[in-house]
Design a protein around this ligand. Structure first.
Ligand code: ATP
Ligand code: LTN
Length: 331
C-alpha cells in the first residue's frame, strides 16, 4: 500500500528479557525477511501493562528490548523499530476494533485463559481485549505478513476475522494479513518443564535462556535441562526434553532433525546437553557483543526511537483517517 513492497508487522511485549523462544520463534525470522518487505517491529509496551509492571523496570526493559532487536540484526535504518505507545494510532484503532470484536470470540482465547489463571488478582479488561489491540497493531499498517511463534496463531485468526468483518460492512479497508510461522523454532519449550513453552515471564530463571545470558550461564542451564530417565536419543513427542534440545540445535545449525539425531545417537544425554549449550552460547555471542556496543551509544538509540516513531505514525495516520471516515466519525 505504501510503496511497492509488502508490509510486515510484528512485536514483542516488554515483559522480560528476550528468551531463546522469542529469538528462534520470531526475531530470527524477522531478520531473515527484512530485505523484501517494508518491516515494522514494535516493542508492544501497551500490551505489557495488561500484566502489572514496575514502571522503572518497564522503561528499562522496553529500551533493552528495542536494542536487542537491533543487536540481533535488524537494521534500524531499513526497518521501522519503535515503541507502540509512541504511535497513538494503535490505541485509537484498538478502541474502534473493540467495537467490532465479540465477547464470544475473546472467550475462546487460550492466552487470556492462561494469563488469567496466572494472575488471578488482576484479571483486567485490557487482558481480555488484548486481541483487539493486537489486531489494531497489525491492521493499522495494512500488514501482509506477521512473523510469530505458533502460540500466536489464534490471535492472528481473530485479527483476520475482525478485518474481514470490518471489510464486509465498509468495503476494502484492511489488508487481510497472513501469519508466518517458521518451521523450526516455532515453539521452544521450557528447559525445566518441557511440556510448557519457554516464556520470558517465567519465574524460574533456569527454565529460559535469555539472549543476554552470560555464555557460562547458558551452558550451565543446558546441563541442568530436564530430560527423562532413559538415556536413548530420539526425536519423539514422548521425549519432550530431548526433542526440544534437538529443535534448538537444528535452529542454530540449520541441520535437519534426522541428521541431528544421527550425530547424537548413542552418545548420551550429557553429551547432547553440552553440545547444544556450546552451540547456543557461541551462536548468541555476536548479538551480545553488538548489544554492548549499542549500550554505549545512547544518543544513537534516542535518534532511532524518534525517527522511527515518526515514520510509523505517518503510515498509521493514513489507515486511521480512512477508518474514521468509513465509520462516520466527523472529519
Ligand atoms: P510472556 O511470557 O510475557 O507471555 P512471551 O515469552 O510469550 O512473553 P511475547 O512477547 O508474548 O513473549 O512474544 C514475542 C514473540 O515470541 C511472539 O511472536 C511469540 O509467538 C514468540 N514466542 C514466544 N514464546 C515462544 C516460544 N517458546 N517458542 C517460539 N516462539 C515464541
Ligand atoms: N500478542 C503477542 C505480541 C504482539 C504481537 C502484535 C505480535 C502484540 N501485538 C502484533 C505480532 C503482531 C504475544 O503475546 N506474543
Amino acid at each position: 500500500m505504501f510503496d511497492d513492497k509488502k508490509v510486515i508487522f510484528s512485536g514483542m511485549q516488554a515483559t522480560g528479557s528476550i528468551t531463546l523462544g522469542n529469538y528462534l520463534g520470531a526475531l530470527k525470522n524477522w531478520v531473515k525477511l527484512n530485505e523484501e518487505y517494508t518491516c515494522l517491529y514494535s516493542v508492544v509496551d501497551l500490551h505489557s501493562i495488561t500484566v502489572r509492571q514496575d514502571p522503572a523496570e518497564l522503561r528499562k526493559r522496553s529500551r533493552a528490548l528495542l536494542m536487542q532487536y537491533i543487536a540481533a540484526g535488524l537494521d534500524p535504518e531499513k526497518n521501522i523499530i519503535y515503541y507502540q505507545s509512541h504511535v497513538s494510532g494503535h490505541a485509537e484503532l484498538g478502541w474502534i476494533l473493540n467495537c467490532y470484536t465479540y465477547m464470544g470470540e475473546l472467550n475462546r482465547m487460550t492466552q487470556f485463559k492462561d494469563k488469567a489463571a496466572k494472575h488471578t488478582d488482576n484479571i483486567n479488561a485490557g487482558l481480555y481485549t488484548y486481541p483487539a489491540l493486537m489486531a489494531a497493531d497489525i491492521l493499522l499498517y495494512q500488514t501482509d505478513v506477521v512473523p510469530v511463534g505458533s502460540d500466536q496463531k489464534q490471535h492472528l485468526e481473530i485479527t483476520r476475522d475482525i478485518a474481514l468483518r470490518f471489510n464486509n460492512i465498509y468495503g476494502d479497508v484492511f489488508t487481510i494479513p497472513e501469519p508466518y510461522i517458521g518451521k523450526e523454532g516455532a515453539r521452544i519449550m521450557s528447559l525445566q518443564e518441557p511440556e510448557k513453552k519457554m516464556s520470558k515471564s517465567d519465574e524460574n530463571a533456569n527454565a529460559s535462556i535469555y539472549l543476554l545470558d552470560d555464555p557460562e550461564l547458558i551452558k550451565k542451564k543446558f546441563k541442568r535441562a530436564v530430560t527423562d530417565s532413559d538415556n536413548a536419543i530420539a526425536y519423539s513427542v514422548d521425549k519432550p526434553g530431548i526433542k526440544n534440545l534437538i529443535d534448538i540445535y537444528c535452529s542454530f545449525t540449520g541441520e535437519s532433525t534426522d541428521s541431528a539425531v544421527a550425530i547424537f545417537e548413542g552418545k548420551g544425554y550429557g553429551n547432547l546437553k553440552a553440545i547444544v549449550g556450546d552451540t547456543v552460547a557461541e551462536g548468541l555471542r555476536p548479538i551480545q557483543e553488538k548489544f554492548k556496543e549499542l549500550s554505549q551509544n545512547s544518543d544513537y538509540i534516542d535518534s532511532i526511537i524518534k525517527a522511527n516513531a515518526e515514520k510509523a505514525n505517518y503510515m498509521a495516520q493514513k489507515t486511521l483517517r480512512k477508518v474514521k471516515k468509513k465509520i462516520g466519525l466527523p472529519q
